[in-house]
Design a binder for this molecule. Structure first.
Ligand code: IMP
Ligand code: MG
Length: 431
């Protein structure tokens, strides 16, 4: 057997749509069985909401698994780590009785996201003719520095003098770019050199070789959960470019972003809402007409966890779902927020796109044409009954089961979980 064949399990959880599918809740449910929960991409653009009792927790950087005592939470090399946001979240979790001490690790190879990245992100969004509608958290500029081979990694903090000069160079470069963009106000980011160096030792005590830790844990038969952020249609390669985030949100990104071989991954769970939402710019083929959009947004409380922006709502997009199942290699599907549809008399699912060239069943690479497609809808009756207290698939209303069966057929992927509310207990597990 090869070295990659390990005894443990490694489950990757990815978003199958445009983010906000409810990955935070699904990871929270699965975290009971895991030993390590790791993030592999993105940064503080994520907003993972988890409800515990009457309390709501929103995590942007630290894996949602932190709510489970004793579990190790790691941030892989693929993450862009904002050290200020990170410690803010770390300390806030500690203040609310979640003890992160000794449980959180950050990759030595992770890139630092610094205050000037945030300024660049916002300045660019303000001036560019092609607005992406980013979260303004500095994600794009931080990944640009990474692939431009001028980024600063956690490991670079080890040598203080070198770290200082890298930070000063980074700031000077950002200042020139900001001036080009007509932005002179640095909003206090001049202090970021000193402030980052002040966090140096604290961050280094948490630094670890994430790939090695996961490898050893797998060898020891442990269970690893990899928590994706954003969703398939926001993947920098496979999403609706350029209206995407700057990382690989798809399952392939998990191996590269944590430093393990792809053969170590045993399960890939795609999370999809029973309908769809999108926040930020870019096409949403199955967008609802204004009155229905408003209705679903209210029923589903569809406002961004990071920015508070209203999310656009749409019918379940079977074309995107099938594409997601394929590019991620999904082994299972978690359908969330089924209860949001409880009161609707009739539902639609897009099964194909009508385009000028004809009817397409595959998700197009051309984002411009995606903005002009007319979805081919299949209509299904609503169940018009509450599903919130259902805990077994067989107890669901007949039409709710038919709806789920159809999603399963379209994606050719078995549904393993259905979420019917925000609480931890509001979940149906299909074995
Ligand atoms: P960025 O990741 O902040 O650069 O934003 C790029 C695009 O991804 C924008 O359309 C954002 O609204 C979207 N996006 C980023 N993070 C999330 C998320 O966690 N949920 C939903 N959309 C997101
Ligand atoms: Mg979110």
């Amino acid at each position: 057997m090869s070295d990659a064949a390990s005894m443990g399990r490694c489950t990757v959880v990815v978003g199958g749509q445009w983010g906000d599918e409810g990955k935070g809740k699904i990871v929270d449910v699965l975290a009971w069985e895991a030993d390590i929960i790791a993030r592999f991409q993105g940064g503080a653009n994520a907003g993972h909401t988890v409800h515990v009792g009457e309390e709501e927790f929103i995590f942007h950087l630290i894996p949602s698994g932190i709510l489970h005592p004793g579990k190790r939470c790691l941030m892989g090399n693929g993450v862009v780590l904002d050290p200020f946001q990170f410690f803010k979240e770390y300390d806030a979790a500690a203040a609310r009785g979640v003890d992160p001490e000794g449980r959180v690790g950050v990759s030595l190879r992770a890139q630092l996201l610094l205050p000037y990245h945030r300024l660049l992100d916002r300045a660019r969004e303000g001036t560019s003719p092609q607005k992406i509608g980013t979260t303004g958290r500095g994600i794009g500029p931080a990944y640009e520095d990474k692939v431009g081979r001028r980024g600063i990694r956690v490991v670079d903090l080890k040598d203080e003098a070198r770290a200082r000069s890298l930070l000063e160079e980074g700031l000077a470069r950002a200042r020139r770019r900001l001036a080009e963009l007509g932005q002179a106000d640095l909003e206090g980011s001049e202090e970021c050199v000193g402030e980052t160096l002040a966090l140096r030792e604290r961050l280094l005590t948490l630094a670890t070789d994430v790939g090695l830790e996961i490898h050893r844990a797998l060898k020891a038969g442990k269970m690893i959960l990899m928590e994706g952020a954003q969703g398939t249609a926001l993947d920098v390669d496979h999403g609706t470019y350029p209206y995407v985030t700057s990382s690989n949100t798809t399952a392939g990104g998990a191996a590269a972003g944590c430093g393990i071989g792809p053969t170590a991954i045993t399960d890939i769970l795609g999370v999809m809402k029973a309908y769809i939402t999108r926040v930020g710019e870019g096409p949403l083929p199955t967008a609802l007409p204004p009155d229905m959009d408003e209705k679903v947004r209210t029923l589903g409380a569809e406002f961004g966890a990071t920015t508070g922006r209203p999310r656009r709502c749409g019918w379940f997009d079977g074309v995107l779902a099938r594409y997601s199942a394929r590019v991620n290699g999904l082994t299972g599907l978690a359908i969330t927020k089924l209860d949001v549809l409880d009161t609707l008399p009739e539902l639609s699912i897009a099964t194909a796109y009508r385009m000028p060239e004809g009817v397409a069943e595959e998700f197009p690479a051309d984002t411009g044409s995606l903005g002009k497609v007319e979805p081919v809808y299949e209509k299904l009756p609503g169940w018009e009954a509450s599903t919130k207290d259902v805990r077994k698939l067989e107890d669901l209303p007949y039409h709710a089961r038919s709806y789920l069966d159809r999603l399963q057929e379209i994606t050719v992927t078995p549904i393993t979980m259905v979420s019917v509310g925000t609480r931890r207990s509001q979940i149906i597990r299909v074995s």
